[in-house]
Design a protein around this ligand. Structure first.
Ligand code: AMP
Length: 209
């Protein structure tokens, strides 16, 4: 099962990626998590990408290519946050061709801005295992503490209102065209992601089988 999840910030990509990974027993590749970890560890790559992430804009393709090329596994994957431009979609096709495999489906999690912003405004993340929470919709068992690993939850720096607005703009201007790309490739599956996370998951798995 080779899947890419496409969606605006707050569409539920991370949540669905975690659920689908467990269900299909494949690897989750979250570009955002990988880049955040690099930034946290202050690696040379991390120091470069941090500036882009803080502004809510996309990191350069040469960096993304370096990261993604090493991560793609031929035993199946759920891509979360990649591809985000047509060039990245072409990059993915080339990598998969070289590995003798291909993408099965690109799932577009369609959501309106109002729903997405309300989800992001209460979002918390575990800095250690990347599990996502929401103070109202998906709270941890103990306030502020990760259910999985006991770490203190944090709010992502780029979930602040101004940066969220910028990330939406980037999605509309640079990423939305990827939806048309996969429509033409006959790989697109569009899902109403404004629904509850379990309903979204059910719809996806019903279609994927
Ligand atoms: P995410 O966690 O998917 O919302 O990604 C957080 C940030 O990481 C984005 O706002 C970008 O700065 C960077 N990023 C993640 N994925 C990509 C990508 N495919 N191309 C470029 N930058 C990315």
């Amino acid at each position: 099962m080779n899947i890419a999840l496409i969606g605006a910030p707050g569409s539920g990509k991370g949540t669905q990626a975690a659920m689908l990974t467990q269900h299909y027993k494949v690897e989750r590749i979250s570009l955002g998590d990988i880049l955040r970890e690099e930034a946290e560890n202050r690696t040379s790559l991390g120091e470069v990408v941090k500036k882009y992430m803080q502004k809510g804009v996309l990191a350069p393709d040469n960096i993304i290519q370096e990261v993604i090329g090493k991560k793609i596994d031929t035993n199946g994957f759920i891509l979360d946050g990649f591809p985000r431009t047509i060039r990245q979609a072409q990059m993915l096709k080339k990598i998969l061709d070289q590995k003798g495999t291909n993408l099965n489906k690109a799932i577009y999690l369609k959501v309106n801005q109002e729903v997405a912003v309300s989800r992001l405004s209460g979002r918390q993340i575990c800095p250690k295992c990347s599990k996502l929470y929401h103070v109202v919709n998906m709270p941890p068992r103990i306030k502020g503490i990760c259910d999985n690993c006991g770490s203190l939850l944090v709010v992502r720096e780029d979930d602040k209102e101004d940066t969220v607005r910028k990330r939406w703009e980037v999605f509309m201007n640079q990423t939305h065209s990827v939806v048309d790309y996969y429509l033409k490739e006959n790989k697109l599956l569009e899902i109403d992601a404004s629904q509850d996370k379990d309903k979204v998951f059910k719809e996806i798995t019903k279609i994927l089988g």
